[in-house]
Design a protein around this ligand. Structure first.
Ligand code: ADP
Length: 378
């Protein structure tokens, strides 16, 4: 167990001086979002957006200072610019923005998807746990509840929404700048998969990942939506962290399998959103148990119920369990997700319950959203 504490990190950072203001980054209030977990340290240095890349040496110096501390295993320092000017002095705590003061319409302030009420990330600690399947069915289930929904496939390493939503073709633009989203089953959809052929190898560097997501929020005519579901890239690396930080998310839903919980990958997802101050709306346990297609017998291949227990331990809501069922796989991989193709099935009803829980939580949080800090660079 590492003994690194936030206080110790803050102390080290209080010796890192911004040459411009000649003040250290702690007392000047530039340090924000400091999180320390088992020797892994993450923080942001808030700078004047005009200065941008000039501040990179300061970020590096801060990162180096923390790296040299004993017991520190990794350091992630990012430069951010507050959407409304520089950080206020004294704002050096680990929760830089008071959630009570920002409205959920913060998306509008950043010019990202201005007509969207809530942007919700669907994330997972690693790939292959059914994140995209869950994101699609959740979006469709919300739509059946009468909520106006869009789905943004931010999994640009392996976009699956065109296939799962059963959409092909390319989005069009009337003015050459703003793309019209594609649409099926009454849900608007945008994915890098529409713009790049599926077999094209995509080597994305962090900054390209970020700008692709920003563009899909800014340069797509999403129109008026209640919820935009963002199917995040799997994992909790820097690219995901930055995405979570730069998008004005109203909340996040974590998808995990029982096995994934056992291996602690789901926790990394929880921690990632906590680090960037995004409320985790709850956990869904996917492939929770196996449903025999012949006799209906339920087998618990992995230790069942882990997500519920884990959620309780973390004080996070458990949103529901979805079984491992061939029908779920066939329908989503075939572009006819179970919520729309078998609306009377028990699985569709599980997704509708999850959707209604998510919607109630979003509505209950109204007036308590947060504005996204803007990443200048990494
Ligand atoms: P991820 O987005 O986490 O990489 P996907 O949603 O692409 O995962 O799912 C991976 C594979 O598992 C897909 O073929 C999908 O159809 C299948 N799958 C996902 N959830 C289930 C489930 N509950 N039952 C059966 N198959 C599932």
């Amino acid at each position: 167990m590492s003994r690194v504490t936030e206080e110790a990190v803050r102390q080290v950072l209080s010796r890192v001086v911004d040459p411009d203001s000649r003040q250290d980054i702690v007392s000047s209030g530039m340090l924000s979002g400091l999180a320390v977990r088992d020797g892994h340290v993450t923080f942001a240095v808030e700078v004047d957006p005009q200065k941008g890349s000039e501040m990179e040496p300061l970020r590096k110096a801060a990162e180096k200072a923390v790296e040299s501390m004993p017991d520190v295993l990794s350091v992630t320092a990012v430069l951010t610019a507050q959407s409304q000017g520089k950080a206020a002095p004294g704002n050096a705590g680990s929760a830089p923005r008071g959630p009570a003061t920002d409205s959920p319409q913060s998306a509008q302030k950043n010019g990202m998807a201005p007509g969207v009420k809530y942007i919700v990330a669907v994330a997972s600690g690693k790939g292959g746990v059914g994140k995209s399947t869950s994101a699609t069915n959740l979006a469709l289930a919300l739509s059946t509840l009468g909520v106006r929904v869009g789905i943004l496939d931010a999994d640009i390493y392996g976009p699956s929404q065109p296939r799962m939503m059963g959409i092909s073709g390319r989005p069009t633009s009337t003015d050459g700048k703003i793309l019209k989203p594609m649409e099926n089953y009454g849900v608007k959809c945008m994915s890098m998969g529409f713009l790049v052929a599926e077999d094209t190898p995509m080597i994305w560097r962090g900054p390209m990942v970020q700008s692709a997501l920003q563009q899909m929020l800014r340069d797509v005519a999403w129109g008026e939506l209640d919820v935009l579901i963002v199917d995040m890239p799997p994992g909790t690396g820097d690219a995901q962290l930055t995405m979570a930080q730069q998008v004005p998310l109203a909340g996040a839903v974590i998808i995990s399998t029982p096995q994934d919980i056992a291996l602690l990958d789901a926790k990394k997802g929880l921690n990632m959103f906590r680090k960037v101050d995004v409320p985790v709306l709850g956990i869904v346990e996917n492939m929770s148990y196996f449903c025999c297609p012949n006799c209906g017998h339920q087998s618990h291949i992995f230790s069942h119920g882990g997500a519920r227990k884990e959620a309780e331990k973390f004080g996070i809501d458990f949103l529901g369990e979805v079984p491992l069922d061939i029908e779920i796989r066939e329908t989503s991989d075939g572009g006819q997700p179970i919520v729309v193709s078998r609306p009377d099935s028990p699985h569709a009803s599980v997704y509708r319950d999850i959707a209604s829980a998510v919607w109630s939580k979003l509505e209950a949080r109204e007036g308590r959203g947060r504005a996204a800090p803007r990443i200048v660079m990494q």
